[in-house]
Design a protein around this ligand. Sequence first.
Ligand code: SAM
Length: 565
Amino acid sequence: MPNPRFCPPAMPEIKLPQLADAAQGCSTDHQAAPSPADDPANTAGTGPSVYLETFGCQMNVLDSQLVVSQLRGLGYRFTDDWKAADVVLYNTCSVREQAENKVWSRVGVVGRHKQQHPGVVLGVIGCMAERDGTDMTRKYPQIDLLCGPGELDKVPLLIDNAFKTKTFSGRPPGDLPTDDDLQTVALQGNTHRRSSTLSAASDKLELIDLSRSFTAADTDLPGETTPGAGKSAYVRITRGCNKLCTYCVVPNTRGAEVHRHPDHIVDECKKLADHGVIEVTLLGQTVNHYHYDHSAAIKADGVWQPQVGTVISPNKGTGGPSPSFNDTTTSFADLLHRIHEEVPAIQRLRFVTSLPRDFGDDILQVIADSPRICRYLHLPVQSGSNRVLAKMNRGYRVEQYKELLTRARDIIPGVTLATDIIVGFPSETDEDYERTAELLRFARYKNSFIFKYSPRPGTAAYDRLPDDVPDEVKRFRNNDLLAIQAQASTEIHAEYVGQTVDVFVEGVSSKTRKGLIDSEETTQLSGRTGGDLITFFDGDPSLIGQIVKVKVEQALPLALSGTLI
Ligand code: SAM
């Protein structure tokens, strides 16, 4: 039973780990909810119980892990049963309307539950909170707290205040605490687009990244996105986005691009490796734009501060090196090289997502020269039509994009490629669509994430371009592209039959989990090759979190299948 009279624990200072310099990630709409309750350490606390469900990209999964880490440190427990929770939190995604609709429906259900259990705290955190702001609480008064992705360090305080608000409601005005004491909303609003380097100073979010827990409890969240028994982890390198693609809500919800100090990133990788992590995925909206200018670096309270990203457009997709940075700048290629050289225990280094524009040969070369950097690139193209790309404000033409794919294949033999495509963007004609289909046949991606255009309030496309492609046309184009992709994927997979591949074992396969495999003797496991090809094979679950050799015997449209050797 939720406990409305619970007195929440006092807020301790966030403690920074000892660092040398410090006196320190869309593929699906819904990620398997990080279920901290699966860890006995989480359920054993004495504080209120929390149900946390995560929607959206890898960045949201990492955000949830960091929230879990903060709350656990304060004694909160986690439960998989939202009805038994004192605090229900939804970490949300605004990229497409569908993702938001799922959350609205959850909020409605919890609202009805709260009529019987008024002590329960319902919080919406992440991108929806930032996008909808306090309109959300006016429409859905059952929501007790809102916290944007740029304010997640405040979640414990907001929960604390939400409990207090309930405790104080009904008391005479003289007894009531001040507004500050009862703050239950933390949003960046429009303050996050200030452009100076100093505006990133005293960046509280950096403290959350620095204070992350490295124990398996926080890195081994079950589900597709944080797989491998705590041996796989996300590390943020940039936050926010400066690209202003006309369809995309991310710059509104996550603010301007901010880059973390490379020492903090390398240190985090080292600590993860010390705790047994062997696969790290570097996260950012536009990871290839990562750069940190050491000549402009500043410290606050002994901690190197992140830097607001300057606009870089150095090679305009024509190859050559990345931005003509000065000697004092760590570029994305430099960062990859540093992690590869300084943290050899990380056997697989990945990164998502890249903007195809400004993808320099220096990055491709580092990947080619570094055996532990995965030969896999996720390069969202969005459309094969130059007319549509211009309307999307993507900053490249399809010819430049194709040339990047060719450079990548020349410089990194065996590289696998994936992409994101939006169909039915405003004014997309049959001819525009045909250009996209042509590109898909040319590119031979190992897989594509294909989305129907979803108009998002607050974006330039929403304001200026009518959503004029009928839904049945969007659906047809979506299915047509999926069929083209399925053929390409099957052909690519067929090239692996007979080969032995290294597979990082992520977990038991979903078929096994759902009881669809009729055998008591074998367990079907699922993992990925360095090139991100999903691979199924039978094996003992003790292999989860290890890299094993699998002989490929069968090519499926979405995966490889083989035998452990
Ligand atoms: N940084 C990424 C990029 O390069 O565009 C953005 C990642 S976004 C969270 C994941 C994907 O969602 C995008 O690549 C795009 O294909 C899709 N997407 C974004 N906004 C969309 C919209 N309004 N409608 C449909 N799909 C969208």
